[in-house]
Write a protein that binds this ligand. Structure first.
Ligand code: GLU
Length: 445
Protein backbone atom coordinates (compact mmCIF):
# COMPACT_ATOMS: atom_id res chain seq x y z
CA UNK A 1 0.00 0.00 0.00
CA UNK A 2 1.15 3.56 -0.64
CA UNK A 3 1.86 6.07 2.13
CA UNK A 4 -1.46 7.83 1.94
CA UNK A 5 -3.40 4.56 1.98
CA UNK A 6 -1.24 3.27 4.79
CA UNK A 7 -1.85 6.42 6.82
CA UNK A 8 -5.61 6.26 6.38
CA UNK A 9 -5.59 2.55 7.15
CA UNK A 10 -3.69 3.19 10.39
CA UNK A 11 -6.37 5.74 11.32
CA UNK A 12 -9.09 3.18 10.61
CA UNK A 13 -7.35 0.70 12.93
CA UNK A 14 -6.99 3.30 15.66
CA UNK A 15 -10.55 4.59 15.38
CA UNK A 16 -12.17 1.16 15.29
CA UNK A 17 -10.16 -0.95 17.72
CA UNK A 18 -10.85 -4.67 17.80
CA UNK A 19 -13.20 -4.62 14.83
CA UNK A 20 -11.15 -7.14 12.89
CA UNK A 21 -13.69 -7.89 10.16
CA UNK A 22 -13.93 -4.18 9.36
CA UNK A 23 -10.13 -3.96 9.19
CA UNK A 24 -10.10 -6.91 6.79
CA UNK A 25 -12.78 -5.40 4.55
CA UNK A 26 -11.15 -1.96 4.43
CA UNK A 27 -7.70 -3.40 3.75
CA UNK A 28 -9.01 -5.48 0.86
CA UNK A 29 -10.52 -2.43 -0.82
CA UNK A 30 -7.45 -0.26 -0.14
CA UNK A 31 -5.14 -2.83 -1.73
CA UNK A 32 -6.94 -2.32 -5.03
CA UNK A 33 -6.79 1.48 -4.89
CA UNK A 34 -3.12 2.36 -5.39
CA UNK A 35 -3.38 3.02 -9.16
CA UNK A 36 -6.76 4.72 -8.74
CA UNK A 37 -5.39 7.35 -6.38
CA UNK A 38 -2.39 7.91 -8.62
CA UNK A 39 -4.62 8.51 -11.60
CA UNK A 40 -7.19 10.63 -9.72
CA UNK A 41 -5.55 13.17 -7.37
CA UNK A 42 -8.97 14.75 -6.75
CA UNK A 43 -9.87 11.81 -4.49
CA UNK A 44 -6.94 12.58 -2.21
CA UNK A 45 -7.55 16.34 -2.27
CA UNK A 46 -11.17 15.81 -1.22
CA UNK A 47 -10.24 13.27 1.52
CA UNK A 48 -12.57 10.74 -0.08
CA UNK A 49 -10.89 7.74 1.54
CA UNK A 50 -11.29 9.13 5.03
CA UNK A 51 -14.90 10.03 4.35
CA UNK A 52 -15.76 6.64 2.87
CA UNK A 53 -14.34 4.80 5.89
CA UNK A 54 -16.26 6.78 8.51
CA UNK A 55 -19.96 5.87 8.72
CA UNK A 56 -22.31 8.84 8.41
CA UNK A 57 -24.26 7.67 11.46
CA UNK A 58 -24.06 4.75 13.92
CA UNK A 59 -27.04 3.85 16.06
CA UNK A 60 -26.87 1.43 19.01
CA UNK A 61 -29.91 0.73 21.14
CA UNK A 62 -31.31 -1.52 23.84
CA UNK A 63 -33.93 -4.07 22.78
CA UNK A 64 -35.97 -5.28 25.77
CA UNK A 65 -38.49 -8.09 25.28
CA UNK A 66 -40.28 -10.76 27.28
CA UNK A 67 -39.73 -14.46 26.55
CA UNK A 68 -42.41 -17.19 26.73
CA UNK A 69 -41.66 -17.89 30.38
CA UNK A 70 -42.27 -14.26 31.31
CA UNK A 71 -38.61 -13.39 31.78
CA UNK A 72 -37.34 -10.01 30.58
CA UNK A 73 -34.51 -10.28 28.04
CA UNK A 74 -32.17 -7.59 26.79
CA UNK A 75 -30.42 -7.56 23.44
CA UNK A 76 -28.45 -4.92 21.63
CA UNK A 77 -29.66 -3.45 18.33
CA UNK A 78 -27.54 -1.73 15.67
CA UNK A 79 -28.01 0.27 12.51
CA UNK A 80 -24.94 1.70 10.82
CA UNK A 81 -25.84 4.21 8.12
CA UNK A 82 -22.61 4.09 6.22
CA UNK A 83 -22.92 6.18 3.10
CA UNK A 84 -25.80 7.89 1.34
CA UNK A 85 -24.04 9.58 -1.59
CA UNK A 86 -25.82 7.41 -4.16
CA UNK A 87 -29.21 6.97 -2.49
CA UNK A 88 -30.93 6.12 0.78
CA UNK A 89 -28.93 3.77 3.01
CA UNK A 90 -29.74 0.23 1.94
CA UNK A 91 -28.74 -3.09 3.44
CA UNK A 92 -29.95 -5.95 5.55
CA UNK A 93 -30.41 -6.73 9.22
CA UNK A 94 -28.57 -9.69 10.73
CA UNK A 95 -29.89 -11.45 13.85
CA UNK A 96 -27.19 -13.75 15.19
CA UNK A 97 -25.54 -14.13 18.61
CA UNK A 98 -22.14 -13.25 17.11
CA UNK A 99 -23.28 -9.80 15.94
CA UNK A 100 -21.41 -6.81 17.43
CA UNK A 101 -20.71 -3.34 16.12
CA UNK A 102 -17.71 -4.58 14.10
CA UNK A 103 -19.85 -7.12 12.21
CA UNK A 104 -22.37 -4.48 11.27
CA UNK A 105 -19.65 -2.03 10.22
CA UNK A 106 -17.82 -4.50 8.01
CA UNK A 107 -21.08 -5.50 6.35
CA UNK A 108 -22.08 -1.85 5.95
CA UNK A 109 -18.71 -0.96 4.43
CA UNK A 110 -18.97 -3.81 1.90
CA UNK A 111 -22.56 -2.85 1.15
CA UNK A 112 -21.57 0.67 0.05
CA UNK A 113 -19.43 -0.68 -2.80
CA UNK A 114 -21.75 -3.57 -3.65
CA UNK A 115 -24.72 -1.26 -3.96
CA UNK A 116 -22.70 1.13 -6.12
CA UNK A 117 -21.83 -1.75 -8.46
CA UNK A 118 -25.51 -2.49 -9.09
CA UNK A 119 -25.77 0.88 -10.85
CA UNK A 120 -29.01 1.53 -8.94
CA UNK A 121 -29.66 4.56 -6.69
CA UNK A 122 -28.91 3.01 -3.29
CA UNK A 123 -26.44 4.01 -0.58
CA UNK A 124 -25.07 1.53 1.93
CA UNK A 125 -26.00 0.56 5.48
CA UNK A 126 -26.42 -2.48 7.66
CA UNK A 127 -27.95 -3.41 10.97
CA UNK A 128 -28.85 -6.23 13.26
CA UNK A 129 -28.76 -7.61 16.73
CA UNK A 130 -27.08 -10.24 18.88
CA UNK A 131 -30.54 -11.83 19.28
CA UNK A 132 -30.55 -15.53 18.38
CA UNK A 133 -33.81 -16.52 16.66
CA UNK A 134 -32.87 -20.19 16.74
CA UNK A 135 -35.04 -22.15 19.17
CA UNK A 136 -37.32 -19.16 19.78
CA UNK A 137 -41.09 -19.44 19.29
CA UNK A 138 -42.90 -17.33 16.70
CA UNK A 139 -44.32 -15.27 19.58
CA UNK A 140 -40.87 -14.54 20.98
CA UNK A 141 -39.52 -13.59 17.56
CA UNK A 142 -42.52 -11.29 17.05
CA UNK A 143 -42.07 -9.55 20.39
CA UNK A 144 -38.37 -9.11 19.75
CA UNK A 145 -39.00 -7.67 16.26
CA UNK A 146 -41.66 -5.30 17.61
CA UNK A 147 -39.32 -4.02 20.28
CA UNK A 148 -36.46 -3.67 17.77
CA UNK A 149 -38.69 -1.61 15.45
CA UNK A 150 -40.03 0.53 18.29
CA UNK A 151 -36.60 2.15 18.33
CA UNK A 152 -35.54 1.68 14.70
CA UNK A 153 -38.62 3.27 13.13
CA UNK A 154 -37.46 6.83 13.89
CA UNK A 155 -34.26 6.32 11.90
CA UNK A 156 -35.61 4.71 8.71
CA UNK A 157 -37.90 5.60 5.82
CA UNK A 158 -38.33 5.09 2.12
CA UNK A 159 -36.08 8.11 1.35
CA UNK A 160 -33.76 7.70 4.34
CA UNK A 161 -32.80 4.13 5.12
CA UNK A 162 -34.34 0.90 3.83
CA UNK A 163 -33.43 -2.27 5.78
CA UNK A 164 -33.98 -5.84 4.53
CA UNK A 165 -32.98 -9.34 5.60
CA UNK A 166 -29.62 -11.03 6.14
CA UNK A 167 -28.66 -14.03 8.30
CA UNK A 168 -31.51 -14.79 10.74
CA UNK A 169 -33.90 -12.31 9.14
CA UNK A 170 -36.31 -13.63 6.52
CA UNK A 171 -39.91 -13.05 5.48
CA UNK A 172 -41.24 -13.87 8.98
CA UNK A 173 -39.07 -11.25 10.68
CA UNK A 174 -39.61 -8.63 7.94
CA UNK A 175 -43.36 -9.17 8.39
CA UNK A 176 -43.24 -8.49 12.13
CA UNK A 177 -40.96 -5.50 11.60
CA UNK A 178 -43.18 -4.03 8.89
CA UNK A 179 -46.31 -4.58 10.97
CA UNK A 180 -44.85 -2.66 13.89
CA UNK A 181 -43.57 0.16 11.63
CA UNK A 182 -47.04 0.47 10.14
CA UNK A 183 -48.65 0.54 13.56
CA UNK A 184 -46.32 3.15 15.06
CA UNK A 185 -46.32 5.49 12.09
CA UNK A 186 -49.85 4.89 10.82
CA UNK A 187 -48.36 4.73 7.31
CA UNK A 188 -48.48 1.86 4.84
CA UNK A 189 -45.04 2.84 3.61
CA UNK A 190 -44.13 -0.24 1.58
CA UNK A 191 -40.77 1.14 0.47
CA UNK A 192 -39.37 1.29 4.01
CA UNK A 193 -38.33 -2.37 4.05
CA UNK A 194 -37.56 -4.93 1.34
CA UNK A 195 -37.85 -8.68 1.32
CA UNK A 196 -41.55 -8.32 2.10
CA UNK A 197 -44.15 -11.04 1.51
CA UNK A 198 -45.72 -11.18 -1.92
CA UNK A 199 -49.22 -10.15 -0.80
CA UNK A 200 -48.02 -7.06 1.09
CA UNK A 201 -45.60 -5.27 -1.20
CA UNK A 202 -42.86 -7.83 -1.80
CA UNK A 203 -41.25 -8.55 -5.15
CA UNK A 204 -41.19 -11.83 -7.00
CA UNK A 205 -37.60 -13.12 -7.34
CA UNK A 206 -36.35 -11.24 -4.23
CA UNK A 207 -36.15 -14.49 -2.24
CA UNK A 208 -34.23 -16.23 -5.01
CA UNK A 209 -32.17 -13.24 -6.15
CA UNK A 210 -28.91 -13.49 -4.17
CA UNK A 211 -28.40 -17.18 -4.96
CA UNK A 212 -29.59 -16.90 -8.55
CA UNK A 213 -27.39 -13.87 -9.14
CA UNK A 214 -24.32 -15.57 -7.70
CA UNK A 215 -24.73 -18.52 -10.05
CA UNK A 216 -25.38 -16.28 -13.05
CA UNK A 217 -22.15 -14.46 -12.17
CA UNK A 218 -20.19 -17.74 -11.86
CA UNK A 219 -21.52 -18.96 -15.20
CA UNK A 220 -20.50 -15.72 -16.87
CA UNK A 221 -17.00 -15.97 -15.38
CA UNK A 222 -16.72 -19.52 -16.77
CA UNK A 223 -17.88 -18.28 -20.17
CA UNK A 224 -14.77 -16.07 -20.40
CA UNK A 225 -12.82 -19.35 -20.56
CA UNK A 226 -15.32 -20.96 -22.94
CA UNK A 227 -16.78 -23.11 -20.17
CA UNK A 228 -20.20 -23.26 -18.55
CA UNK A 229 -21.85 -24.67 -15.44
CA UNK A 230 -23.56 -27.36 -17.49
CA UNK A 231 -22.31 -30.75 -16.30
CA UNK A 232 -20.02 -29.37 -13.56
CA UNK A 233 -19.96 -30.40 -9.90
CA UNK A 234 -20.91 -27.53 -7.61
CA UNK A 235 -20.24 -27.35 -3.85
CA UNK A 236 -22.33 -24.96 -1.81
CA UNK A 237 -21.91 -24.09 1.86
CA UNK A 238 -24.77 -22.89 4.05
CA UNK A 239 -28.41 -23.85 3.82
CA UNK A 240 -30.17 -20.50 4.10
CA UNK A 241 -31.83 -18.46 1.46
CA UNK A 242 -28.68 -17.76 -0.53
CA UNK A 243 -27.51 -21.40 -0.55
CA UNK A 244 -30.89 -22.89 -1.45
CA UNK A 245 -31.49 -20.63 -4.44
CA UNK A 246 -27.90 -20.82 -5.62
CA UNK A 247 -28.45 -24.59 -5.72
CA UNK A 248 -31.72 -24.14 -7.62
CA UNK A 249 -30.19 -21.95 -10.34
CA UNK A 250 -27.10 -24.17 -10.61
CA UNK A 251 -29.36 -27.19 -11.16
CA UNK A 252 -31.38 -25.26 -13.74
CA UNK A 253 -28.13 -24.60 -15.60
CA UNK A 254 -27.29 -28.31 -15.63
CA UNK A 255 -24.84 -28.63 -12.71
CA UNK A 256 -24.77 -31.33 -10.10
CA UNK A 257 -24.95 -29.68 -6.67
CA UNK A 258 -23.36 -32.04 -4.16
CA UNK A 259 -23.09 -30.25 -0.80
CA UNK A 260 -24.72 -27.88 1.68
CA UNK A 261 -24.11 -27.25 5.39
CA UNK A 262 -24.98 -25.58 8.67
CA UNK A 263 -23.01 -24.90 11.83
CA UNK A 264 -23.36 -28.55 12.93
CA UNK A 265 -21.75 -30.11 9.83
CA UNK A 266 -22.20 -30.70 6.13
CA UNK A 267 -24.11 -33.01 3.81
CA UNK A 268 -22.65 -34.68 0.73
CA UNK A 269 -25.14 -36.03 -1.77
CA UNK A 270 -23.18 -37.34 -4.76
CA UNK A 271 -26.38 -38.03 -6.70
CA UNK A 272 -27.14 -34.30 -6.65
CA UNK A 273 -29.20 -32.74 -3.89
CA UNK A 274 -32.98 -33.11 -3.67
CA UNK A 275 -33.99 -29.46 -3.46
CA UNK A 276 -37.64 -30.07 -2.61
CA UNK A 277 -36.53 -32.06 0.42
CA UNK A 278 -34.01 -29.41 1.47
CA UNK A 279 -36.63 -26.66 1.11
CA UNK A 280 -39.13 -28.69 3.14
CA UNK A 281 -36.60 -29.11 5.96
CA UNK A 282 -35.25 -25.57 6.00
CA UNK A 283 -38.16 -23.39 4.88
CA UNK A 284 -41.13 -25.31 6.29
CA UNK A 285 -39.81 -27.25 9.28
CA UNK A 286 -36.97 -24.84 10.18
CA UNK A 287 -34.91 -27.99 10.81
CA UNK A 288 -31.19 -28.86 10.64
CA UNK A 289 -29.29 -30.19 7.63
CA UNK A 290 -28.76 -33.54 9.38
CA UNK A 291 -32.53 -34.14 9.01
CA UNK A 292 -31.90 -34.44 5.26
CA UNK A 293 -29.84 -37.63 5.43
CA UNK A 294 -32.55 -39.41 7.45
CA UNK A 295 -34.86 -39.09 4.46
CA UNK A 296 -32.38 -39.34 1.57
CA UNK A 297 -30.66 -42.68 0.96
CA UNK A 298 -27.06 -42.31 -0.18
CA UNK A 299 -26.50 -38.87 1.38
CA UNK A 300 -23.87 -38.50 4.11
CA UNK A 301 -23.77 -36.11 7.08
CA UNK A 302 -20.21 -35.21 8.06
CA UNK A 303 -19.18 -33.39 11.22
CA UNK A 304 -15.40 -33.46 10.85
CA UNK A 305 -13.34 -31.14 8.64
CA UNK A 306 -15.38 -29.12 6.19
CA UNK A 307 -17.05 -29.44 2.84
CA UNK A 308 -14.24 -27.82 0.83
CA UNK A 309 -12.45 -31.18 1.14
CA UNK A 310 -14.95 -32.68 -1.30
CA UNK A 311 -13.52 -32.50 -4.85
CA UNK A 312 -15.52 -30.03 -6.93
CA UNK A 313 -15.42 -27.87 -10.05
CA UNK A 314 -17.15 -24.81 -8.65
CA UNK A 315 -17.28 -23.62 -5.02
CA UNK A 316 -19.98 -21.23 -3.84
CA UNK A 317 -19.44 -20.22 -0.19
CA UNK A 318 -22.93 -19.06 0.87
CA UNK A 319 -22.75 -19.34 4.68
CA UNK A 320 -20.87 -16.57 6.50
CA UNK A 321 -17.69 -14.51 6.76
CA UNK A 322 -14.27 -16.18 6.81
CA UNK A 323 -15.65 -19.69 6.35
CA UNK A 324 -13.18 -20.59 3.57
CA UNK A 325 -9.53 -20.38 4.66
CA UNK A 326 -6.21 -20.66 2.83
CA UNK A 327 -6.06 -24.37 3.73
CA UNK A 328 -9.47 -24.86 2.12
CA UNK A 329 -8.40 -22.86 -0.92
CA UNK A 330 -5.26 -25.01 -1.22
CA UNK A 331 -7.39 -28.15 -1.19
CA UNK A 332 -9.82 -26.75 -3.72
CA UNK A 333 -6.95 -25.83 -6.04
CA UNK A 334 -5.33 -29.26 -5.62
CA UNK A 335 -8.68 -30.84 -6.56
CA UNK A 336 -8.89 -28.74 -9.72
CA UNK A 337 -11.51 -26.12 -8.82
CA UNK A 338 -12.26 -23.80 -11.75
CA UNK A 339 -14.32 -21.05 -10.15
CA UNK A 340 -15.22 -19.67 -6.73
CA UNK A 341 -18.02 -17.12 -6.34
CA UNK A 342 -18.92 -15.60 -2.97
CA UNK A 343 -22.63 -15.88 -2.19
CA UNK A 344 -22.04 -14.78 1.42
CA UNK A 345 -20.34 -11.54 2.47
CA UNK A 346 -16.55 -11.96 2.75
CA UNK A 347 -16.69 -15.77 3.15
CA UNK A 348 -13.09 -16.21 1.93
CA UNK A 349 -10.25 -15.09 4.17
CA UNK A 350 -7.68 -12.65 2.79
CA UNK A 351 -5.15 -15.47 2.45
CA UNK A 352 -7.65 -17.71 0.65
CA UNK A 353 -8.43 -14.98 -1.87
CA UNK A 354 -4.71 -14.40 -2.47
CA UNK A 355 -4.15 -18.10 -3.08
CA UNK A 356 -7.05 -18.44 -5.51
CA UNK A 357 -5.94 -15.38 -7.48
CA UNK A 358 -2.35 -16.65 -7.54
CA UNK A 359 -3.54 -19.91 -9.10
CA UNK A 360 -5.70 -18.00 -11.58
CA UNK A 361 -8.89 -19.62 -10.34
CA UNK A 362 -11.86 -17.53 -11.51
CA UNK A 363 -12.81 -15.64 -8.35
CA UNK A 364 -16.00 -13.59 -7.98
CA UNK A 365 -15.85 -11.40 -4.83
CA UNK A 366 -19.09 -11.02 -2.85
CA UNK A 367 -19.47 -7.33 -3.66
CA UNK A 368 -20.07 -8.32 -7.26
CA UNK A 369 -21.19 -11.95 -7.11
CA UNK A 370 -23.85 -11.55 -4.40
CA UNK A 371 -25.13 -8.12 -5.45
CA UNK A 372 -28.23 -9.68 -7.04
CA UNK A 373 -30.06 -9.71 -3.70
CA UNK A 374 -29.77 -6.03 -2.96
CA UNK A 375 -30.27 -5.19 -6.65
CA UNK A 376 -33.63 -6.98 -6.55
CA UNK A 377 -34.41 -5.11 -3.33
CA UNK A 378 -33.95 -1.92 -5.36
CA UNK A 379 -36.35 -3.38 -7.94
CA UNK A 380 -38.79 -4.03 -5.08
CA UNK A 381 -38.46 -0.34 -4.11
CA UNK A 382 -39.19 0.65 -7.72
CA UNK A 383 -42.34 -1.47 -7.73
CA UNK A 384 -43.44 -0.02 -4.37
CA UNK A 385 -42.85 3.55 -5.57
CA UNK A 386 -45.00 2.97 -8.65
CA UNK A 387 -47.56 0.82 -6.77
CA UNK A 388 -46.96 -1.90 -9.31
CA UNK A 389 -45.86 -5.53 -9.22
CA UNK A 390 -43.90 -7.18 -11.95
CA UNK A 391 -44.05 -10.77 -13.23
CA UNK A 392 -41.50 -13.37 -12.19
CA UNK A 393 -40.08 -13.59 -15.72
CA UNK A 394 -39.68 -9.85 -16.15
CA UNK A 395 -38.06 -9.42 -12.72
CA UNK A 396 -35.71 -12.33 -13.33
CA UNK A 397 -34.77 -10.90 -16.70
CA UNK A 398 -33.90 -7.58 -15.00
CA UNK A 399 -31.80 -9.46 -12.43
CA UNK A 400 -29.99 -11.32 -15.23
CA UNK A 401 -29.20 -8.05 -17.03
CA UNK A 402 -27.92 -6.42 -13.82
CA UNK A 403 -25.63 -9.38 -13.03
CA UNK A 404 -24.31 -9.44 -16.61
CA UNK A 405 -23.59 -5.71 -16.45
CA UNK A 406 -21.82 -5.99 -13.08
CA UNK A 407 -19.72 -8.85 -14.44
CA UNK A 408 -18.79 -7.08 -17.65
CA UNK A 409 -18.03 -3.79 -15.90
CA UNK A 410 -15.75 -5.57 -13.43
CA UNK A 411 -13.80 -7.01 -16.33
CA UNK A 412 -13.65 -3.67 -18.17
CA UNK A 413 -12.44 -1.85 -15.03
CA UNK A 414 -9.85 -4.56 -14.35
CA UNK A 415 -8.58 -4.13 -17.93
CA UNK A 416 -8.41 -0.37 -17.53
CA UNK A 417 -6.24 -0.83 -14.43
CA UNK A 418 -3.90 -3.43 -15.99
CA UNK A 419 -5.32 -6.36 -14.06
CA UNK A 420 -7.07 -8.35 -16.79
CA UNK A 421 -9.46 -10.99 -15.45
CA UNK A 422 -9.11 -9.77 -11.84
CA UNK A 423 -12.64 -9.37 -10.51
CA UNK A 424 -11.38 -8.18 -7.11
CA UNK A 425 -9.75 -5.14 -8.69
CA UNK A 426 -12.75 -4.67 -10.99
CA UNK A 427 -15.30 -4.73 -8.16
CA UNK A 428 -13.34 -2.63 -5.68
CA UNK A 429 -12.28 0.03 -8.16
CA UNK A 430 -15.64 0.14 -9.97
CA UNK A 431 -17.60 0.46 -6.71
CA UNK A 432 -15.15 2.96 -5.20
CA UNK A 433 -15.01 5.37 -8.14
CA UNK A 434 -18.79 5.54 -8.43
CA UNK A 435 -19.20 6.43 -4.75
CA UNK A 436 -16.14 8.68 -4.71
CA UNK A 437 -17.34 10.78 -7.64
CA UNK A 438 -20.74 11.26 -6.00
CA UNK A 439 -19.12 12.20 -2.68
CA UNK A 440 -17.10 14.92 -4.39
CA UNK A 441 -20.11 16.24 -6.32
CA UNK A 442 -22.17 16.60 -3.15
CA UNK A 443 -19.57 18.75 -1.39
CA UNK A 444 -18.37 18.45 2.19
CA UNK A 445 -21.52 17.20 3.88
N1 GLU B 1 -28.29 -8.68 3.16
C1 GLU B 1 -28.23 -8.67 1.72
C2 GLU B 1 -26.83 -8.27 1.29
O1 GLU B 1 -25.88 -8.61 1.95
C3 GLU B 1 -29.34 -7.88 1.06
C4 GLU B 1 -29.54 -6.48 1.50
C5 GLU B 1 -30.78 -5.83 0.91
O2 GLU B 1 -31.52 -6.44 0.17
O3 GLU B 1 -30.96 -4.64 1.23
O4 GLU B 1 -26.62 -7.68 0.27
Amino acid sequence: MEDQLQGTFAEVLQRNPGEVELHQAVREVFESLVPVLRKNPQYTEAAVLERICEPERQIIFRVPWVDDSGQVRINRGFRVEYNSALGPYKGGLRFHPSVYLGTVKFLGFEQVFKNALTGLPIGGGKGGSDFDPRGRSDGEVMRFCQSFMTELYRHIGEYTDVPAGDIGVGAREIGFLFGQYKRITNRYESGVLTGKGLTWGGSLVRKEATGYGCVIFADRMLATRSESLDGLRVSISGSGNVAIYAAEKAQQLGSRVITFSDSSGYVVDEAGIDLDLLKQIKEVERGRVSDYVDRRPGARFVTEGNLWEVPTDVALPCATQNELTDKDAERLVANGVRAVAEGANMPCTREAVALLREHRVLFGPGKAANAGGVATSALEMQQNASRDSWSFDYTEQRLGEIMATIHDQCLATADEYDAPGDYVVGANVGGFTRVADAIISLGVV
